[in-house]
Design a protein around this ligand. Structure first.
Ligand code: AMP
Length: 216
């Protein structure tokens, strides 16, 4: 089964995609994570990508489409995958359809997390993760139980994304509304769009998504 998880920055896509991976055995494919790995690798293209991402702009479609096309054929995607952060433009949505068709695959459901923009700026600006295990925290909403120590693995090193600052978040939200939101009607017209209230508590959002995945 193949699923798309859509929503503005900060809506909880990454957290929910990881839970879907655990609960349903679908492979999480996050284009943001793939791009950050390319930036970490320190290549020339990585430097260009970092500039685009730190401005809160979208990376060109051809780069992203190439990355995803390679990944969805991997053996780890044999049970299906959940796309987290892709597609983000109509061109990407159409390219996804073409590559799925070519591989004899189909999209079962597009889950769209709906949220308030203003809350997203606060949510993103305070978030950080454990550098060792990736557990997510927030300065105000979810600090570690023991300050400076990860609840899950006990590590003391944390990291913040370079693009998780208020100014970049506003650009990322604008990019979402201008470039990504227009693909919602594309999926709605096909009867596979499933909106979920992303402002609800994290576990309630997971429960609603679990039910949608089971029904898909
Ligand atoms: P994310 O981790 O999904 O919030 O993505 C972080 C940044 O990576 C975005 O703000 C974009 O600059 C870039 N990015 C991730 N996925 C895509 C995509 N599908 N198309 C274009 N740019 C993307």
């Amino acid at each position: 089964m193949n699923i798309v998880l859509l929503g503005p920055p900060g809506c909880g896509k990454g957290t929910q995609a990881r839970r879907i991976e655990e609960n349903h055995g679908l492979k999480q494919l996050s284009t943001g994570d793939m791009l950050r790995a390319a930036v970490e690798a320190g290549s020339e293209i990585g430097t260009q990508l970092a500039e685009i991402m730190n401005e809160g702009q979208l990376v060109p479609d051809d780069i992203i489409i190439g990355m995803i096309s390679e990944r969805i054929s991997g053996p780890d995607c044999a049970q299906g995958f959940i796309l987290d952060g892709f597609p983000r433009t109509l061109v990407q949505a159409e390219a996804l359809d073409a590559m799925l068709e070519q591989k004899g695959l189909a999209l079962r459901s597009v889950i769209s997390l709906t949220v308030d923009d203003d809350a997203m700026v606060e949510r993103i600006s305070g978030r950080f993760t454990c550098a060792a295990c990736g557990a997510g925290y927030h300065d105000s909403f979810k600090p570690p139980r023991n300050p400076g120590r990860c609840d899950d693995c006990g590590d003391r090193t944390f990291s913040r994304r370079d693009d998780d600052n208020a100014e970049t978040v506003r650009h990322r939200l604008t990019a979402y509304h201008d470039m990504t939101a227009p693909i919602l009607p594309y999926y709605e017209g096909r009867g596979i769009l499933r909106p979920v209230d992303g402002m609800a508590a994290i576990d309630s959002v997971t429960a609603e998504i679990n039910a949608l995945v089971r029904a898909a």
